[in-house]
Each structure stands twice: as C-alpha cells, then as structure tokens.
Design a protein around this ligand. Sequence first.
Ligand SMILES: Nc1ncnc2c1ncn2[C@@H]1O[C@H](COP(=O)(O)OP(=O)(O)OP(=O)(O)O)[C@@H](O)[C@H]1O
Ligand code: NI
Length: 304
Amino acid sequence: MTLLQIDGLSVRFRLRDAVVQAVTDLTLSVRPGELLAVVGESGCGKSVLAHALFGLLPRNAEVTGRALMGEVDVLRCGEKRLAREIRGRRLGLVPQSPATALTPVRTGRSLLAETLRAHRRDPGLADTVAADAGLDAHALDRYPFELSGGMAQRLVTALALASDPPLLIADEPTTGLDRPLVDHTLDLLRRRCDNGGAVLLITHDLAAAERVADTVAVMYASRIVEHRPAPDVFAAPAHPYTAALLDALPDRAFTPIPGHPPMLTALPPGCAFAARCPRADTACASRPGGPVACHHPLVSEAVA
Ligand SMILES: Nc1ncnc2c1ncn2[C@@H]1O[C@H](COP(=O)(O)OP(=O)(O)OP(=O)(O)O)[C@@H](O)[C@H]1O
Ligand code: NI
C-alpha cells in the first residue's frame, strides 16, 4: 500500500524568453510508516515538487505526470477538491518560508486554534501541539513579526501538525534552529512515522536525513539520480553525485564539488552531472535510467 504514488512528474515554468525545467520525470512513492528524505543542492527542484503536490504552483507552471493519493490525482483534482479533501486532511505541508506562510495580524494561538477547530480537534490542544513542535506556550501569544526565525519555523511546523495529516511534507523544517531543536524536530517526524504516519522530508542537511530517513531520493538538476534505502546511500553511495555531496560534508572529506549545476533553462540531453563528474566518459552523453541514474555507478549491484 502507498499513501502517495508519483509517476513521471514534470514541472516547467514558461518565462518570456526561456523555459525552466524545475522537475523532470520524477517517480516516487511513500508508504505508511516511511520517512523519505529528498536531498540535493539549492535550486534542484525540491520545493517545486512540494508545491506541485500541494497545488501551490503559479500560473506559468506546466505540470505533467500523476500523483495519486488513493484514487485522487492531486495534480489534476482541482482547487476545490484539494481544499476540501487533501490539504491538511490527507496531506500536510511545513512550508520552507514561514515568514510568507503566516498571517501577520493573527497570533500563533489564534492560527493554531482555528486549524484545530477546522479539523474537529479541541482548540485547547494549541499548547500541546506547539510544545510538540518545540515552541513555548508564551510564544503563541505573539504576532508573527514578534517571533524569531526559529520560532516562526516551529510555529509553521505546529500548524502543519495541528490537522494531524497521514502524510506530511516538511520542506526544510529545521532552518534557523539550534542543534538540540533540530534533533527535537527530526525526532518528532520520526515518531510520526513510527506511529503509522509518513513524512516526505525535504532537506539540505544530509546529517538530518541520515539520522531519521528510511529512504533517500537524491535530486540533481530537476531529476532524481539515486533512490535507495537510507543506510545504503550513506554507507555506500552509488551515484557519483551522491558520493560528492557526502564528501563535501565537514565530518567527511570536506571537499567541495567542483563547478556548478547546469542552468535549468539549458539542461544537457545526457547526464546533467557529467560535466562535474570524475567518472564521466562518452557514454554519459546519453541519459541513464534506473534507481541509480548513472552509467558508471560506484556500487554496481545497486543498478540491478
Ligand atoms: N515561479 C517560478 N518561475 C520560474 N522559475 C521558478 C519558479 N519557482 C521556482 N523556479 C525555479 O525552479 C528551480 C527549483 O526551485 P526550488 O525552489 O524547487 O529549489 P530547491 O531545491 O527547493 O532549492 P532550495 O534548497 O534553495 O530551497 C529553481 O531554479 C528556481 O529558480
Ligand atoms: Ni526549497
């Protein structure tokens, strides 16, 4: 059984003189109990994926593919059905930018109580839900502009938890938090999965993914290049890009990846990482498929 089955999802933004290919042919599923981490450098398409699933893309976006939650294709079901059946009820979102997600004239308590009520939960649970997200009750009586970045982050996490959705997308939920609060948030997400929920965690923070994820999908230049169980990815990365990302960590080799990702307006036809890859050769001019999208993976059995 899957809670979410995404097949061949692509998102492009049509600009006046170019097309931004933000997500390309992405296939993923999330099972109950699973914590799936989507990792990759800034600009690779992680938030666009979240926004596509939540129906938050701007008008110039073109979406193809399917994303089924049960019988409902959340990419096609329309705003009314998203609002009535999906958002908050079956799918929650911790947005990446709390500042733009919070209504400036409402206190956290009022926002939380309203969300709890809308989902037929006791509005008196506001303090408890906030505490779960690591936010002190006294912060709930402040307006968003009176909150620090980290407090606002915890408030949007609490708001997403308030409706208690079976699947939660958390887009960089630990931004601006100190290490103990990072761990608190990660452990909270892990517990949701251990209790039968599911989480799609979008993060730059590979150590965060290693701490809590069951499975990892590595994105590069709009595509998933490696999708495997988390322990395998961290112990023996198969795609050279994944290996390079891990080598860039301070507690590993601390070696930056040379060069830059390609522009999403001018993606090459073959492997998009080839220009930065030490293993690239002429074969890489064509695009490889499979759970490890590489002609020369570091772990060959992963390709089977
Ligand atoms: N409305 C839009 N119009 C044009 N391009 C867009 C639009 N929204 C996003 N993009 C582009 O899509 C690409 C993917 O953006 P996205 O926000 O998904 O990156 P990300 O992986 O979440 O990065 P970060 O880790 O910095 O949050 C970027 O190149 C971005 O500039
Ligand atoms: Ni993002």
